[in-house]
Design a protein around this ligand. Structure first.
Ligand code: SF4
Length: 89
């Protein structure tokens, strides 16, 4: 799991940094800086809570397995497109 923030929706409440200081710090204006490092399994519960508790729904969690599945299906689709192009000349 990796965290990211929607900078347009975020209003800088700072709740996320309080819940998960291991992955979220605040910049000088009070907006969150999210670590690019994946959230370790031991912190996933807190990370999910930070996502759920964000008052602006601006904190998002990306599941890494889901991302690789989507990428795989995109690649498959692209192969099929190339095959049908070759077949049709
Ligand atoms: S809790 Fe939500 S709105 Fe507040 S700083 Fe974090 S991401 Fe932004």
């Amino acid at each position: 799991m990796r965290l990211r923030v929607n900078p347009i929706a975020c209003t800088g409440h700072g709740q996320c940094a309080e819940l998960l200081p291991e992955r979220v710090t605040m910049d000088e204006w009070g907006y969150p800086l999210i670590s690019a490092e994946p959230v370790p399994a031991g912190l996933e519960g807190l990370a999910r809570r930070a996502v759920a508790d964000c008052p602006k729904l601006a904190l998002l969690a990306d599941s890494e397995e889901k991302g690789s599945e989507e990428k795989g299906s995109e690649e498959k689709g692209s192969e099929e497109t190339q095959r049908s192009r070759r077949a049709g000349h």
